[in-house]
Design a protein around this ligand. Structure first.
Ligand code: HSE
Length: 407
């Protein structure tokens, strides 16, 4: 019997208990053993729950019980989740987690601790919720060199952008709706300001390139500046706007990671990922492009990924951690200024004087133009951030919107 402890009995924690119970017989025949939830750590009591008798309030009960070989951390937040994870690993217990903040901030140290103590630290549920993307990146792409990853990594903002596009609604209206549906938190900053997606893309970049970049060091732009005017004009041009986490290794070996809204053509499969779904495109040298798609959040999908990690360990308890990352230094990071893409711009045009010819003179190649209501919206050819900034300095027009194009 494998005795496990769950840290946190909120959405994902209770979902994990539910998945382990619902699929118990299938799980037992798969691992040839039983998984027993011995403890559940939470501040609250759950007298109505079938697991009421497993609730404990003191982490030391779990830490000091040699029978518990595996801890599933689903508390959220950096502390005490990190502290409990580290202590569990040091005590020789495997740890699995859904906590992207802990993995993105303390991943190097926790992986090292796991290695030092002959146990494993797994985090499939930390990116893409229930979508199996971490394990394929850890194992199945090892024969390939990963060129780039682009992902819709945040379900809440994808829901909001889908609503803005389909129903022509304003940002504030869809935010209230997302909060009412329980997708967005009362304080929605982590989602709408791109911080959640930043934590997820640095985890994917570390898996791809071996270097963990601090989420604070990457260019991060959320969706708070996306206007209904931008959504409407992008739709008229046949494009969608999505919040994308992007990472790539440039020719000299440096890594770029960023989060920003992107204008996506219908030819890119990410443009068709709507509602709370996530999608991740992995581009490699041998396989070309692979897409992972599914439910990136929610109780049972995320819990399913936590349980997959539990079962991985239960099936092969003697397996050691082999994953290790190093911290990215400033020299490892490609500067945002050199990043090249097309640009969707909306400028003021009250006198109607800016037409395609004027734009060509100012910005070079121009792909599409819509002039309406005192504005001009257009898409430029590919140019670096630096080049664009220089060109925008030379215009006397107000920039209402700037969204990078994703090819
Ligand atoms: N707030 C996150 C999202 C939850 O909306 O995707 C899953 O990480």
């Amino acid at each position: 019997m494998v005795h496990v402890a769950l840290l946190g009995f909120g959405t994902v924690g209770s979902g994990t208990a539910e998945v382990l119970t619902a699929n118990q017989s299938m799980i037992e025949s798969y691992i040839g053993d039983q998984i027993h939830i011995k403890y559940i750590l939470d501040l609250r009591d759950f007298p109505e729950s079938p697991f009421a008798d497993r609730i404990v309030h003191d982490f030391n009960v779990i830490l000091n019980d040699p029978e518990v070989s595996l801890v599933a951390e689903m508390m959220g937040g950096a502390h005490p989740a990190y502290d409990f994870s580290k202590a569990a690993l040091e005590a020789g217990k495997h740890v699995v987690t859904s906590n992207k903040e802990v993995v993105a901030t303390f991943g190097i140290e926790l992986l090292e601790t796991a290695t030092a103590h002959g146990v494993r630290y797994l985090f499939e549920a930390s990116v893409g919720g229930g979508i199996p993307v971490i394990r394929p990146l850890m194992n199945d792409f090892n024969s390939n060199s990963i060129l780039a990853i682009d992902g819709i990594l945040n379900g809440t903002t994808n829901y909001m952008l889908t609503k803005m596009k389909d129903e022509g609604l304003a940002f504030d209206t869809v935010l209230r709706d997302a909060q009412k549906k329980g997708y967005a938190e009362r304080n929605p900053d982590a989602d709408i300001k791109g911080k959640d997606a930043a934590r997820k893309i640095v985890i994917l970049a570390a898996l791809a390139y071996g270097k963990l970049i601090s989420p604070e060091d990457i260019y991060t732009e959320g969706i708070t500046e996306i206007s209904d005017m931008a959504t409407t004009l992008a739709t008229q041009m046949g494009y969608s706007i999505k919040l994308i986490g992007h990472t790539e290794r440039i020719a000299d070996g440096r890594v770029l990671a960023m989060v920003s809204p992107r204008l996506i053509p219908p030819s890119n499969p990410l443009s068709h990922i709507t509602d709370v779904f996530n999608g991740i495109l992995v581009e490699t040298d041998m396989l070309g492009t692979t897409m992972f798609y599914g439910r990136g959040a929610g109780k049972l999908p995320t819990a399913g990924a936590v349980v997959a990690d539990i079962l991985d360990i239960a099936r092969r308890p003697a397996e050691k951690n082999t994953l290790s990352w190093v911290a990215a230094t400033a020299d490892d990071l490609a500067p945002m200024d050199d990043y090249v893409s097309g640009h969707f711009l909306i400028l003021s045009n009250p006198d109607g004087k800016i037409d395609r010819d004027v734009l060509r003179g100012q910005f070079g190649e121009i792909k599409q133009v819509i002039c309406s209501d005192g504005t001009v919206a257009f898409i430029t050819g590919a140019m670096s951030e630096k080049e664009l900034a220089k060109k925008l300095e030379q215009t006397d027009r107000i920039v209402f919107s700037h969204i990078r194009l994703l090819g």
